[in-house]
Design a protein around this ligand. Sequence first.
Ligand code: PLP
Length: 399
Amino acid sequence: MAKPSAVVAGLGFPATVALSEVAAGLVASGKRVIALASGDPDLPTPPHIVEAAVRAVRAGATHYPPIRGTGPLREAIVDKLARENGVCVSIEQIMVAPGAKSALFSAVRALVDPGDDVLILDPSWVTYAPLVELAGANPVRVQLDANRDYLIDRETLERHIGNRTKAILLNSPCNPTGRVATRDELETLGSLANERDLWVVSDEIYEHFVFDGATHCSIAADARYSSRVVVVNGFSKSYAMTGWRLGWLSGPEEVVELASRIQAQTVTSAATFTMAAGVAALTGPQDVVAQARALYRARRDLVLEKWLSTGSVRCAASEGTFYLFPHTPACLSDVEIASTLLVDHGVACVPGSVFGDCGSGRLRISLTAPTDEIEDAARVIAMTFAAMEGSRNLRSRAT
Ligand SMILES: Cc1ncc(COP(=O)(O)O)c(C=O)c1O
């Protein structure tokens, strides 16, 4: 019997999805699980956005839309990019997609040929490497230095750039570390891209969740690099619209044209009526985004305060996203610790090593569950880590 694709068989499910499924199984068997493994906001999609979609369905927006998305949504994205990001593009430089993930795939596939290398800056979102492989290229994983707060530095990047390097995938604010790239880091990356003639795919999906004075800068706003940058973004996180499957990409016309051919030959487009919701999201009141940002920051601070007071969890305040990335006790691997937390204590979070080797010894905790559950989980994690450290100290004293 002929075997199905070896490339696809090698992919597996994203660890975050697999973990959420294990947690769902435990819940189905009657166990209480606090789910901090997925990146799905616990907030509802704002009502004015829902209403816009309902109105669109009633008005007959139930047929194929243009491949690149409706005119009004693409116009709204052009305005948003200029207003919020200082990125000046025309409507021809925008393609709407069914989610940022789909936009990322089309962007990468439009840029690479088989055998090309794409640099991924680890720790990185679990989907990047498989997505690059599916696009036919080789993911080259750049391990950023945990001891330097995962700084993007020229020397480390240079060491990984070779003759086949075609693109660098950038994610700021970063899932899972919560790092927000500084202007200096963007300049390092942009100038190297110029020197070595590389594309940059900039995933900016967490742009609205930045704290404590950190600012999100789009690398596409810098005229020195903009001609080689494809920005990917979407509605899932900012407007709590993960289930709507709506995102977009923006870049040089030539790349957008190729990406739209991929979309035309595969998924066709995002769903027509979701695009009316997208227009409402971008042109409607933005206080919903500010409220979500304040909520995630408050949850972050609550957890950090609890951990600081117990002294058993070492964790930096994330500059952005809705994740925390604490260190785990050294007695066990992060995978074993995540498994103990889930199976013995009913707290689901993601081991840092699934985001790349340099993420090992960490956990990713999503702040997207109800606040009282997050508080409970923070207490359980602190107690579990304290007990693990305690028994390690006892063991080392006994030997
Ligand atoms: C870094 C990053 N990019 C893209 C996405 C995908 O977003 P979408 O739901 O729009 O496909 C996610 C989702 O978790 C993400 O964390």
